[in-house]
Each structure stands twice: as C-alpha cells, then as structure tokens.
Design a protein around this ligand. Structure first.
Ligand code: PGA
Length: 251
C-alpha cells in the first residue's frame, strides 16, 4: 500500500513573514490528524529557513521549488541542491511546467537536476505533463512518456523519487482533469516505470496529481488506484483548504 503524499507548492507567493504565518496556520490546521499521509510545504527559497523553523519537530516536510545541477559556482540567481540540503529541505520539486515554460527547462536540464538532487540526499518530485495544444493534438502519451524517460535517464534507483503528473492546462486555471483523465495518464506513467524498473519499483512509486486540486475534488481524485496524492498550488495558500485536501488523502 503506497502512502499518499500531498505537497503545497507556494510558488512565488509570500514574504518571509507571510510564509511564517502560513506555515503556522498549516501546522495548526493539520493538527495530529494526517498520519495516513505524507505532507510537505514548498515556500520560496528566501522563506525556507523561516518556514522550516516553524514546522521543525513536526511531521511536515520542507520542500524546495527547484535546484541547480551544480554544487556551486558562477550561476547567478540559482540555488544548489547542496544548499537546500543544508537548509533542512527533505525534498525538491524539479521540472515544474512553469520552469519548463518560462525558464527554459528541458528534459535534459531536468534530468541533470534530478541526478544532482538525489546525489545530495534529497528526495525529488519530478513534474511531467502536457500542454492543452499537445492534448488536443493527441500527443499526451508521447509527451509524458518522453518527459519520464528523459527525466530519469541514467538513474538506476527511483526509491527517492515521486512523479507529479500536472497537465499544464489544469494548472491555476480552475480546470481539473477529470479523475478518469488523470488516472489514464497515471496508469501510463506506472506502466512506463514497470518497463524501466520492474514491478516492485513501479508498485512502490508514488504518482501525485497536480492542477486545480481543491477540497471539493480531492477525494475523488485520490480515490483513483494510481493517484497517490497531490501537488497543490493555489489551494495550498489557504491553510484550511490545504488541510482539507490532506484530510481527503489521509482516508
Ligand atoms: P494549482 O497548481 O493547484 O494552482 O493548479 C498546481 C501546481 O502547479 O503545482
């Protein structure tokens, strides 16, 4: 039985002080009541330390939104996996569609980042997902398949990886993939992982869904056999909504 995992991706929201407040609210809203589910929050780099202090000693994990593929050096504006590890992060989101869309991330750079994060002892949430144009032209499976294959190139052990399926057309748009649409792609991803890593690794892999997950649709999504939790954007900025989504995953 896979343990569900719900992570709040705060994106470029909240100052340090606001992040501390939201982290405290999340802590209070969750209470002790999420033992069936792994939970993380991903503040901006700037607020990692402060939010990390708030959740220190709790079960909530500190997650970063991205990392570079070198340890240090002349990469202005970047933050390395080594630094995230030292800052107390358990995990890092890599290849989010906003990174791919606005910051030139490719499957190749995503793969470098995944390898570096793993080598620095971080868990990885590897994001994949098709755009609306790709879905409408019938290439969803091919796009997701190459993102999974190329994102994992050269990686022999996926036990520290979670894959997040996030259809780009559902992110921040209020349009959720139906649970059946999401399940179809989650099943595809698990099939690819079975081919690449065998049954045991594929059975153990958690595949999160992301894209307009809300308290009202979370339970239905999480009830699907291959949906193992969620990567939550907008709704994670409200502690009550985020806690309701965690609760839906904890059943
Ligand atoms: P959303 O974002 O929940 O606001 O759609 C999800 C994500 O991008 O991780």
């Amino acid at each position: 039985m896979r343990r569900k995992i719900v992570v709040g991706n705060w994106k470029m929201n909240n100052t340090i002080a606001e992040s501390e407040i939201l982290a405290s609210e999340v802590l209070a809203a969750l209470g002790e009541n999420f033992s069936g589910c792994e939970v993380g929050i991903a503040p901006t780099f700037l607020a990692l330390e402060a939010a990390g202090r708030v959740i220190d000693g709790s079960e909530i994990q500190l997650v970063a939104q991205n990392c570079h593929y070198e340890n240090d050096g002349a990469y202005t504006g970047e933050v390395s996996a080594r630094m995230l590890n030292a800052a107390g992060c358990a995990s890092v989101i890599i290849g989010h569609s906003e990174r791919r869309q606005y910051f030139g991330e490719t499957n190749a750079t995503v793969n470098l980042r995944v390898k570096k994060a793993l080598s620095e002892g971080l868990n990885v949430i590897l994001c994949v997902g098709e755009t609306l144009a790709e879905r409408e032209s019938g290439v969803t499976d091919a796009v997701v398949s190459s993102q999974v294959h190329e994102g994992l190139t050269g990686i022999s052990d996926i036990s520290s990886i979670v894959i997040a399926y996030e259809p780009v057309w559902a992110i921040g748009t209020g349009k959720t993939a139906s649970s059946a649409q999401a399940e179809e792609v989650h099943f595809l991803i698990r099939t690819i992982i079975t081919e690449l890593y065998g049954d045991i690794a594929a059975e153990a892999l958690r595949i999160q869904y992301g894209g307009s997950v809300k308290p009202s649709n979370a339970a239905e999504l999480f009830a699907m056999p291959n949906i193992d939790g969620g990567l939550i954007g907008g709704a994670s900025l409200n502690a009550t909504d985020f806690a309701a989504i965690v609760k839906a995953a904890s059943h």
